[in-house]
Design a protein around this ligand. Structure first.
Ligand code: ADP
Ligand code: G6P
Length: 482
């Protein structure tokens, strides 16, 4: 029977070493959290990196790492420290990530990183080929593996290959600055079907293909000499039922079952029942606009002192890519901003910002989603932003207001949210007031519509739509040959 081979840089489980023992934790990030439910339900294997470098895994634990992955139908790809440096911290996160998010001033063009990126992409492709059998569907994910589709195609010309890009695809004017732009496009074009979150990313990609490689593009089809490649948009959803059920269970918790965080949050709302909690959750990443968000919050308090002691910003930033200098600088900047603003506005009974820099278990995420009144998500650029969708899904009585940046892919599907430009502090400040004062009926009306849509376009539907389209594309290919 044919299977699906999922391949992404990171596995949905992360293995780490704690006192010489292997610990398994779930991966953070939209790709892993979203795709996990598709993988769990289907007949698939998932190939990716375990989170430990070759040097970090003691000889006697090598088999255990494999076994931990195997238990979850995963195959761990071994990467050395040097490979992680050049491929992951290097080309993926110092070249492609900033470039594709329009941070050109952060984009490096290092030839050694590029060479390592190529050799590691080859390693992933070879791992896929080891597991590939005729009839399998191969689904390659994200910007770390742009060359993998063609590397597989060279060895298995008949393979059915899909590629999904989880981050934005930039406009041609930005993409064209990449020294290895031809190779990158040719790599992706090894796929039969290429998916993006939004139509804008799709058309930017098509425009780069037609202007850089001069391939013929008709509507959403690219004609290569030997094949046709289809390109389409598939906005990724969430596992709606999981979040809804978690929120329902959360409210059934007895006093003893409540987490420490929940007790703190409850304490806050008992002490100041009219005060609003404003939530933000992101990986600590410059694309998420965290520093700007804090500045906008300062602007709001400066200009509307009547809200002092009436609001609190609860910010969860999850550590991410901390070997990359920009992330280290951002961490310092946020620490300073939070310290300065708390110092400036705090009163004896009130601190304006609660800041957590750590990963949290799922139940704490649910505590935060369900206890806050407003979600303030202000990315400068974001492929999708699943946090916005998760917040709405957990509002089981339909109250709560989502403020969302227009630069997030999710904004295209979430018109009922309050949409803002993350660089416009005055607008953010006015929108915060609108959210704080929004009547319950209006909140419920907006959330009801959003929830209905999110429920319908769940992650399951996203994955099934993509796989169905991939299957059809492969049938069209056979017809094209005939
Ligand atoms: P990105 O993919 O850029 O990180 P998204 O908002 O699309 O941004 O996805 C983030 C995902 O990571 C969400 O599914 C969210 O639930 C999950 N997540 C965020 N913070 C944590 C955390 N502290 N612990 C576990 N998962 C988290
Ligand atoms: C985004 C990317 C994913 C990545 C995730 C977490 O969602 O699209 O590919 O896995 O961020 O980043 P990390 O570098 O920790 O894998």
């Amino acid at each position: 029977m044919s299977k699906t081979i999922i391949i992404s840089n990171r596995l949905p489980l992360q293995i780490s070493l704690e006192d010489s023992n292997l610990e398994v934790t779930p991966s953070v990030g939209g790709l892993a959290t979203g795709l996990k439910s598709f993988h769990k339900d289907g007949d698939s294997i998932w190939i990716g990196w375990s989170g430990l470098t070759e040097e970090e895994i003691p000889e006697n634990l090598l088999d255990d790492v494999k076994e931990k992955a195997r238990k979850e139908d995963c195959v761990a790809v071994n990467l050395s420290e040097e490979e992680i440096d050049g491929f992951y911290y290097g080309f993926s996160n110092r070249t492609i990530w900033p470039l594709f998010h329009y941070f050109m001033e952060y984009t490096e063009a290092d030839k050694d990183h590029w060479e390592t990126y190529k050799s590691v992409n080859r390693k992933y492709a070879d791992e896929v080929l080891k597991h590939y059998e005729d009839g399998d569907h191969i689904w390659v994910h994200d910007y770390q593996l742009l060359l993998v589709p063609n590397m597989i195609r060279e060895k298995q010309p008949e393979a059915i290959i899909g590629f999904f890009n989880h981050i934005p695809f930039p406009s041609y004017e930005v993409f064209r600055t990449l020294p290895w732009r031809d190779e990158v496009l040719e790599g992706v074009l090894g796929a039969d079907l290429i998916g993006f979150h939004t139509y804008d990313y799709e058309r930017h990609f098509l425009s780069s293909v037609s202007r850089i490689l001069r391939h013929q593009v008709n509507f959403n089809e690219i004609t290569l000499p030997e094949r046709i490649v289809k390109v389409d948009s598939f906005p990724m959803g969430i596992d709606y039922n999981k979040f809804e059920a978690a929120a329902q269970n959360h409210f059934k918790n007895t006093e003893e079952q409540r987490t420490e965080l929940q007790r703190r949050l409850d304490h806050h709302s008992n002490e100041t029942p009219e005060a609003k909690l404003i939530l933000s959750i992101d990986r600590l990443d410059y694309t998420k606009g965290i520093a700007n968000r804090i500045r906008a919050f300062e602007y709001f308090l400066d200009n509307h002192p009547e809200f002092i002691e009436k609001v609190r910003l609860v910010m969860l930033a999850v550590p991410s890519r901390s070997n990359v200098p920009q992330y280290q600088r951002l961490k310092r900047e946020i620490d300073e901003l939070v310290g300065r603003i708390n110092g400036k506005f705090s009163t004896v009974s009130w601190t304006p910002i609660w800041y957590f820099y750590r990963s949290m278990p799922f139940e704490n995420l649910i505590d935060l989603y369900t206890s806050c009144d407003i979600a303030l998500l202000t990315p400068i650029r974001d492929g999708m932003n699943l946090v916005a969708k998760e917040f709405v899904a957990t509002r089981i009585n339909q109250t709560g207001v989502l403020i969302l940046s227009e630069m997030a892919g999710a904004a295209h599907e979430m018109n009922e949210a309050l949409i803002i430009n993350p660089n416009n502090f005055e607008q953010i400040s006015q929108t915060l007031i609108q959210a704080i004062e929004m009547p319950i009926e209006e909140q419920q009306q907006r959330n009801k519509t959003l929830q209905k849509r999110l429920k319908r376009y769940s992650v399951e539907k996203w994955a099934n739509d993509f796989m169905k389209a991939l299957h059809n594309t492969s049938q069209d290919r056979d017809a094209f040959k005939a």
